[in-house]
Design a protein around this ligand. Structure first.
Ligand code: GDP
Length: 424
């Protein structure tokens, strides 16, 4: 049984918490795309952790955590992340890394920084983790697969060939120091040592696991609106954030994904540049940011303040549809208890016409939010375990959202902890 846990919005929806919770009953958790550019925050008996590359299952001794072929694998980062959790008392997790995963090279990270510098005010608001240069190289067929570390001769030849090309760009476009191919080659030999214990034919492993009826979670990063095809292009990430890509990025048949849990936040937040129709500003935004998430809405990787907004039913319905959501987990609802009124964006006005369909970026830039205002519940809802025990206006808010997004909300998260969840 394969389940995908993916974002319905712009990321930071609380997928980490939902994966951590569902991981209690899972045998295997797979990361299938993205890299160390986004973080999951997880709170459990060992403490509070911000994971960037490791799947959220690493805290369980019964789960195997997998870095799928679709991931941008930063090897020293992975190595240090494993060390950092083990140093804090978490038992050594069982980790497998796909032999077909590609390696984040130090120059990818540099190119990301140099390009943001070059673009100045027109930058994409990249986290500068090298993601865009990494995926560009993968599809330009000059990336390095983990498997290639194990053929020394071919590796050496390829390092020279790739450096030649990268150095021309470094010198002439960015006016930065060249890469030394000898140093890069030696670094890759170090990478090989770091990753060797974890390398595995993951597709074959998962094939067996599915045959044996194992429970598998695919853990997505970011959200539908950051997908390169269906998101707010070009202010998107460089790998598909959709559940469908989970099949490719893990190496399993598409038809095995039976269940897609789209995680949606009870209000909106986004990092980086890009259209954000229901965005709010000033004191209103500051207050929500300060109260939001667990200790404020600041990026788990970058610490950047997140942009805040009201719940956007247009974007979320679209996000759920593109994810193929079979159910929705609505998170951080507890944060909204201070509000007297809750605007929900139910339509976009574009050139005088109101639509409920999420448009392409060109039209999105002209969209103005159409709000329906719901009454608040003015109450702390943390600690509530049963749906019926939620204040009436809170239930009305959930049910209103459910009707708008057209997918059943089966999980309501009312606190950052693993057990702070209401099942419907
Ligand atoms: P992810 O990337 O989708 O896993 O999301 P993040 O971890 O970046 O952001 C979610 C933040 O909200 C984290 O700080 C979580 O601890 C926190 N969080 C998750 N669910 C809830 C919730 O129901 N209530 C509150 N208050 N915080 C939550």
């Amino acid at each position: 049984m394969v389940k995908a846990i993916v974002g319905a919005n712009w990321g930071d929806e609380g997928k980490g918490k939902i994966t951590d919770m569902l991981g209690q009953e899972a045998d295997i958790i797979v990361r299938f795309q993205g890299g160390s550019n986004a973080g999951h925050t997880i709170i459990n008996k060992y403490g509070k952790f911000a994971l960037h590359l490791l799947p959220s299952g690493v805290f369980y001794d019964h789960t195997t955590s997998i870095i799928g072929n679709g991931v941008a694998l930063n090897i020293p980062y992975l190595f240090n992340e494993i060390k950092s959790i083990v140093d804090r008392g978490v038992p050594s997790p069982k980790i497998l890394v796909s032999d077909r995963a590609q390696i984040m090279m130090p120059y990818h990270i540099l190119f990301d920084q140099y390009e943001e510098e070059r673009l100045g005010g027109k930058s994409f608001g990249s986290t500068k983790s090298g993601i865009a240069p990494f995926y560009s190289d993968k599809y330009a067929k000059i990336g390095f697969q983990v498997s290639e570390l194990f053929d020394a001769e071919a590796l050496r030849e390829k390092v020279d060939r790739v450096c030649e090309m990268k150095n021309i760009i470094l010198e002439h476009m960015y006016h930065k120091p060249a890469i030394n191919p000898d140093e890069l080659y030696n670094l890759l030999l170090d990478y090989k040592k770091m990753v060797e214990p974890y390398v595995c034919d993951v597709a074959a492993y998962l094939h067996e696991a599915i045959k044996n009826g194992k429970s598998i979670l695919l853990e997505g990063q970011l959200g539908a609106l950051k997908d390169p095809d269906f998101g707010i292009y070009p202010m998107v990430t460089s790998s598909s954030t959709l559940a469908a890509y989970g099949a490719i990025g893990a190496g399993i048949p598409a038809y095995e994904i039976k269940n897609v849990i789209a995680v949606a936040k009870a209000y909106s937040s986004a990092v980086g540049a890009g259209e954000f129709v229901s965005e709010i500003f000033g004191d209103e935004a500051d207050e929500l940011r300060r109260r939001g998430g667990d200790g404020g809405e600041y990026g788990a990787t970058t610490g950047r303040p997140r942009r805040m907004g009201w719940f956007d039913a247009v974007a979320t319905r679209y996000g759920c549809r593109m994810q193929g959501a079979t159910e929705v987990a609505l998170t951080v609802l507890d944060v909204l208890g201070y509000l007297k009124e809750l605007p929900v964006c139910v339509g976009y006005e574009i050139d005088g016409v109101v639509t409920k369909d999420f448009p392409t970026t060109v039209k999105l830039a002209k969209a103005k939010p159409v709000y329906e205002v719901l009454p608040g519940w003015n109450q702390e809802i943390r600690g509530i375990k049963k749906y019926e025990d939620l204040p009436e206006n809170c239930r009305k808010y959930i049910e209103f959202i459910e009707k708008e997004i057209e997918v059943p909300i089966t999980l309501v998260s009312n606190g950052p902890g693993r057990d702070e969840i209401i099942k419907r």
